[in-house]
Design a binder for this molecule. Structure first.
Ligand SMILES: Cc1cc2nc3c(=O)[nH]c(=O)nc-3n(C[C@H](O)[C@H](O)[C@H](O)COP(=O)(O)OP(=O)(O)OC[C@H]3O[C@@H](n4cnc5c(N)ncnc54)[C@H](O)[C@@H]3O)c2cc1C
Length: 267
């Protein structure tokens, strides 16, 4: 079974709030000093799902793709250390500042270039922008089904059977292959790479494809050609004002409080 897993490198979600900064003029997140980026937490679960499906099928190949800066190689190496077979980094100056839709276009082009695949696995959402739209975008562009937020995935009679997480329960659906499935944290713990696997993965070659390799031209890339217009990016300011009500008795305090709430039209 040939499976493609898309993994994304993101700013560490554990970054302390005091180190999180946004450049409002440039509408960009300023990378926190001394805090290296990490693999999107849902993506090792997608890799885990791919490895289990390959093991159950008794063979095949797991190919990992990441679009990002040179550092995104680490996200690929993590998946290789878990047991994935091949890694491809999509890296090009034209990919800087692109939106989710341009990302989906580039990933779909890369998947078409890989060619042979039965299944594409992704995380349910990237924990930085948290939009969860790339899996649907890629499936739409490839003209194949997409099943989102999976807690269990199995291959049955040439189809994929997926148990989806709903707000109030679970839903089991089947889709013909090839398909895209986005994997949720309910899938379970991903395997932890051993030191030996990490060292072996470090030696594995990661192919690098640029925009031209994917047949993408300058008028499809860069901030200028985003599908989404980013109006503003800012950290919301939380302001609190405390007023202590002084009075001789609890009843008097309650009466003053009620008057103030009524004056502010809160009751
Ligand atoms: C208007 C706008 C401006 C933006 N500007 C910037 C910017 O300047 N710099 C910047 O870094 N980001 C920027 N982004 C964010 C960037 O476009 C998205 O993070 C990226 O496209 C992925 O979308 P997502 O985070 O919504 O992924 P989701 O759809 O939430 O991700 C779901 C899954 O898709 C897969 N996936 C998503 N992205 C990738 C990837 N890159 N490689 C491999 N797999 C992936 C992963 O499996 C992931 O778990 C911008 C977004 C918008 C909308």
């Amino acid at each position: 079974m040939n499976i493609i897993v898309c993994v994304k490198q993101i700013p560490d979600p554990e970054t302390p709030a005091s180190s999180f900064r946004v450049d409002e003029a440039a509408k960009k997140v300023v990378p926190a000093q001394g805090i290296p980026p990490v693999v999107n937490p849902y993506d090792p679960q997608a890799t885990e799902a791919a490895l289990r499906l390959k093991e159950a099928a008794g063979g095949g190949k797991v190919t990992v793709i990441s679009l990002g800066p040179e550092s995104a190689r680490d996200a690929i190496k993590h998946a290789l250390a878990m047991g994935a077979d091949e890694g491809i980094l999509l890296n090009d100056p034209g990919f800087e500042g692109i939106d989710n839709f341009q990302t989906a276009v580039a990933l779909a082009k890369a998947i078409e270039k890989v060619g042979q695949y039965d299944l594409i696995l992704m995380g349910r959402a990237a924990a930085d922008w948290d939009m969860g739209v790339v899996p649907m975008g890629v499936a739409t562009l490839l003209g194949i089904p997409c099943v989102s937020i999976a807690k269990a995935i199995e291959r049955v009679d040439g189809k994929v059977r997926v148990t989806r997480v709903l707000d109030d329960g679970f839903q089991t659906v089947e889709a013909p292959l090839p398909a895209v499935v986005s994997v949720s944290n309910e899938f379970g713990e991903p395997r932890y790479p051993q030191l030996r696997q990490i060292m072996l993965a470090a030696k594995k070659t990661v192919q690098v494809w640029n925009a031209a390799d994917l047949g993408l031209s300058a008028d499809q890339l860069g901030e200028a050609n985003r599908w989404l217009k980013l109006e503003a990016l800012y950290v919301p300011k939380v302001e609190s004002k405390v007023e202590i009500i002084e009075a001789d008795s609890p009843e008097e305090k309650a009466r003053i409080l009620a008057q103030k709430l009524r004056a502010d039209k809160l009751i």
